[in-house]
Ligand binder design. Structure first.
Ligand code: NDP
Length: 255
């Protein structure tokens, strides 16, 4: 099997990194299922659908809504003749910029639903199709912000303006990392590979909003470079790497 034969599902594909995943995967000839809360409202996804025809299926999916996940799993099953080679759980939210000690509790619940419960339920709902795929891989888009090892390093090496912020996002990505490791342990014997990946600090709506909120210079990394790097890591992925956390350059990130 070559990389061009792959069937790949991407969540949160309306904009940002999800959209760039879809663009690059289509350009290299993959069969892509791009999911979004409102695919009809994303002119970028509609343009790609017109250009790439049957190589791209658009599916409505809100990862924070259980019934939406159930319906989307059925839609994806109907759209494909075989299984899913790679599921990329990309959809995510960041939350407000407040000191961690002042984080709103309701917003914490929302972030955990979207960034932790969502990817789990999407993976669970699509497992029958992943089991039918050839590669059997799940990539959870996480963040170094959720790395407890990196956080404790800041306490020793000095805080930056972001260090005191975003308890919800940090907690959600740490939980997503363990979700990745826990599923990797369970599904290893079935030949299913799961990894967490940090895309780097990237100039998307989410990445740039941090810079604006903090009054600091924006991210120096663009989405095409981040996605090209992540796809290189994903293309070389083997079952031996399951349960690991990588950045877009292929370096191991501490959990
Ligand atoms: P953006 O804010 O630019 O895009 C987020 C995407 O997620 C949008 O497509 C949005 O859809 C979608 N989304 C949000 N909530 C839901 C939901 N409930 N159901 C379905 N889709 C949803 O963020 P990025 O592209 O930058 O981020 C993508 C991933 O990368 C996230 O998981 C993020 O945490 C991670 N990441 C990003 C970094 C960065 O610097 N940019 C750094 C580290 C990690 P809609 O258009 O409907 O709102």
């Amino acid at each position: 099997m070559t990389v061009t034969d792959l069937v790949i599902v991407v969540t949160g594909a309306s904009r940002g990194l999800g959209l760039e995943f879809v663009k690059q995967l289509l350009e290299r000839g993959n069969r892509v299922v791009a999911t979004a809360r409102n695919p009809k409202g994303s002119s970028a996804l509609q343009d790609l659908a017109s250009k790439h025809g049957s190589a791209l299926t658009l599916v409505k999916l809100d990862v924070s809504d259980s019934s939406s996940i159930e319906v989307a799993a059925k839609d994806i099953n109907s759209a494909l003749t075989g299984g899913i080679d790679i599921l990329i759980n990309n959809a995510g939210i960041l939350g407000s910029f407040v000191r961690s000690s002042e984080h709103d509790v309701g917003e914490l619940r929302d972030i955990l639903m979207t960034n932790v419960v969502g990817p789990f339920q999407v993976t669970q709902a699509l497992l029958p199709l992943i089991r039918k795929g050839t590669k059997k891989q799940v990539v959870n888009i996480s963040s170094t912000m959720g790395s407890i090892g990196s956080a404790t390093k800041y306490l020793k090496d000095g805080l930056n303006p972001m260090s005191k912020m975003q308890l919800g996002y940090r907690t959600s990505k740490a939980a997503l990392n363990m979700e990745t490791a826990a599923l990797a342990l369970d599904l290893h014997e079935e030949g299913i590979t799961l990894i967490a990946m940090c895309p780097g600090w990237v100039a998307t709506d989410m990445g740039s909003s941090s810079a604006t909120a903090m009054g600091i210079a924006g991210p120096g990394l663009d989405a095409p470079t981040s996605i090209a790097g992540m796809l290189k890591v994903i293309d070389g992925l083997t079952l031996e790497q399951t349960g690991s956390f990588y950045n877009y350059k292929g370096d191991i990130v501490p959990f």
